[in-house]
Design a protein around this ligand. Structure first.
Ligand code: TXA
Ligand code: MG
Length: 306
């Protein structure tokens, strides 16, 4: 079994030592748990793709411990990007920026852009700061599956393939970060998350920067397939309670409290799978605020296998 360590001094020291040796760890963040590797170690990065079963062209997010590290990784950071990170970091926002030559092309999937995020989680920040290097971390699940929001989920999914997982508690937010492409003159949301379209607009307004529009509903980041975040159960999505079958055995209400729905979404999907439910009826959240992120994940989770 994977070793689950507490997010205390010995646990953090063990996590840093493992990363420094080029091993992979389960890293808690406020969104979902990450499968973390030293972002400057190409062998470790290749292992991340191998363990996840992720195609090499799908870039990873690089996590930093301080906003000042952005310039170690990025070239030509726009004023709009600076405004975004100033307002939203540490937090559930990832910015895509032009990568310096020194950034590993394994982490960028061969691209000249890199995705960067400073997570709002004490243990994650402590680990990255002490390592002194950026840490690449996709969600710590196998490719296409449900993202993990507890240390136990990570241990169940990845087993012996990682050195340890740091138990930083259940994730506060529960869905992956908002990704904003800041390489464009008009920034564009590539994946909706807890930093909402309205938040991004509000932050950009004083500089007169407008958002490239119309994309809040669906993830458009590379590697985002139609089917993703998917449980074994078949999800049936309902826009109103009126269409829920009266004899439905398993219902997932995502419409009543959006923050709670996001926080518990992946754990609930796992519970339905563990209970052996073949079909889960989902009451969809409204298409506003955090509802966009939930609708995006639910639609991808509901997409049938080809
Ligand atoms: O909340 C999160 O972002 C979590 C936690 C662990 O921080 N991480 C996460 O990573 O969701 P992952 O690998 O599951 O999703 C990363 C997504 C990729 O699907 C990819 O589309 C996008 O980030 N991405 C990474 N680098 C990119 C780039 N250079 N350009 C565009 N999109 C990029
Ligand atoms: Mg993922």
């Amino acid at each position: 079994m994977t070793r689950i360590v507490a997010a205390d001094e010995p646990g953090i020291a063990a996590a840093v030592a493992a990363l420094a040796r080029g091993e992979l760890i389960g890293l808690p963040t406020e969104t979902v748990y990450g499968l973390a590797a030293d972002a400057t170690n190409d062998d470790a990065l290749r292992r991340v793709f191998e363990v996840k079963g992720r195609p090499a062209g799908h870039p990873l997010i690089v996590h930093i411990a301080d906003a000042s590290w952005l310039d170690r990784l990025a070239l030509d950071v726009s004023p709009a990007c600076r405004a975004l990170v100033e307002h939203a970091w540490p937090g559930p926002l990832t910015v895509v920026v032009r990568a310096r030559d020194t950034v590993s092309r394994v982490v960028t999937g061969g691209r000249d852009t890199v995705a960067v995020r400073m997570p709002a989680h004490g243990a994650a920040l402590a680990i990255i700061a002490r390592l002194g290097r950026p840490v690449a971390a996709p969600s710590a699940n196998r490719f296409g599956g449900v993202s993990p929001t507890t240390a136990r989920h990570v241990a169940d999914d990845l087993g012996e393939d990682i050195a340890l997982v740091v138990d930083g508690g259940a994730c506060d937010i529960g869905v992956e970060s908002t990704i904003v492409d800041c390489t464009l003159e008009q920034p564009e949301i590539l994946r909706p998350g807890a930093v909402t379209q309205d938040d991004v607009r509000r932050i950009l307004a004083p500089s007169g920067t407008t958002l490239n529009d119309g994309v809040t509903g669906e993830s458009r980041a590379p590697g985002m397939l139609a089917r993703h975040y998917a449980p074994a159960a078949k999800l049936v999505l309902h826009e109103t309670a009126a269409s829920l079958p009266s004899d439905a055995i398993s219902v997932l209400d995502c419409a009543s409290d959006l923050v709670e729905a996001a926080r518990t979404l992946y754990a609930r999907l796992r519970e339905h799978d563990a209970a052996g439910h073949a079909v889960v009826h989902v009451l969809m959240p409204p298409a506003r605020g955090l509802g966009h992120a939930l609708r995006d994940r639910l639609r991808k989770a509901a997409t049938p296998e080809k």
